[in-house]
Every structure is written in structure tokens, then in C-alpha cells.
Write a new protein. Sequence first.
Length: 79
Amino acid sequence: ARWVLAAALLSGWAVGAAVEVPEIWVVTVTAMLGGGVILNVLKEELPSQRESRFLALLAGVVVFAAVLWAEDLWHGGTV
């Protein structure tokens, strides 16, 4: 399995270097991947029957939002 994953990584890099992918595809895949990560985090961190770490989740969300906001301001964005 590790050889298949390594080959997939290298072939994906080669295709990405050789083919121009439209920006809408990149944005769509990034959004779907981010949504999947968010759903998995919420599934693991917020169930009431387990000992969840809501404050750690909230701190991570606040810090990440601050980093994104600072990056946007650094590149000339508006609030």
C-alpha cells in the first residue's frame, strides 16, 4: 500500500506540473477537503457522551481565524 501511495503522490505531482488546472477546480477541491476536515473535527471534538475539549477547539478556531485575517491584511485586504 505504501508503494501505491508513493506512486500516486509522484504521479499527481507530475500531472500537476504538466497540466494547467483551472482555478475553479483547485478552489472546489480545497473547499471540499477543508469541509471534510471541519466535519471530522466537529465529529470528534463535540460529542456530549465523551470527554471533549471544546476550549481547545475554540482556541484553535480563534487562532486560525486571526492568522487568516492577518494574512489578508498583509496582502492589502480590507476588514
